[in-house]
Structures are given as structure tokens and as C-alpha cells.
Design a protein around this ligand. Sequence first.
Ligand SMILES: [Zn+2]
Ligand SMILES: [Zn+2]
Length: 127
Amino acid sequence: MAVKRRTRQREAILGVIEGSDGPLSVGEVHELAGREIPGLGIATVYRNIKLLKEEGVIVAVELPGEEPRYEPDGRGHHHHFRCRNCERTFDLEECPVGIPDGTTLPGGYRVEGHSLTLYGRCTNCPE
Ligand SMILES: [Zn+2]
Ligand SMILES: [Zn+2]
């Protein structure tokens, strides 16, 4: 029985991370997975997230000054949009950076990659 419950918890936690439209904090995972698993403890969420990360199933997303968030591994190149009002973070579908890798910038700087987070208001948070 205990094993069955552990499996259900893990599946619920992974399910909300995979089903999200952006990386989730431990608190957000706890809230969403808790709707499926009444009584789900925050320590259980921490433990499962740690394991899923060690197994390479999920990866941490670190925004400056924020607690880590988690998303499935292998999402490919993408960026995040952080809503300053509701404090949720969303995946952006398109890369807004018009500087392909390999570009040489004035001054001779050769671009090999970039990272970017945009801040503003999401569609749930009209002015
Ligand atoms: Zn918002
Ligand atoms: Zn990009």
C-alpha cells in the first residue's frame, strides 16, 4: 500500500510539472498536486522533486533572486516570461532574440548562445 501511495504521489507531482505552461516552484507544485492527492505534504513534494531532478527527468530553472523552479528535461531552446503581478512564470513559444548563434557582433564578439527572461503582465492579469 505504501509503495502504491508513493507512486501516486510521484505521478501527480510529475504530472503537474509536465502539464504546466511554465516552470513551477515547489510551492506551486504542492498546491496543484495537492488537488489530486489530498493531504500531500510539502516534504513529500521536496523529496520527489529532488529524486526526479537526480534522475534527469526534470531540470531546475533559476531566475535571478527567485527560488528554483522546475520543468521537464528536454524542452529545448526557450525563454521565460515572469508576471510581476501574479508571480507565475510562463514558457515563451518563440525566441524573441534575433541574433543567431555564430553571429559576430561589432567589436568581434562571437555569439554562442543567450539566455533571457522577460518581465511584465500575463494574460490573466490585465491592468
Ligand atoms: Zn499574471
Ligand atoms: Zn532564444
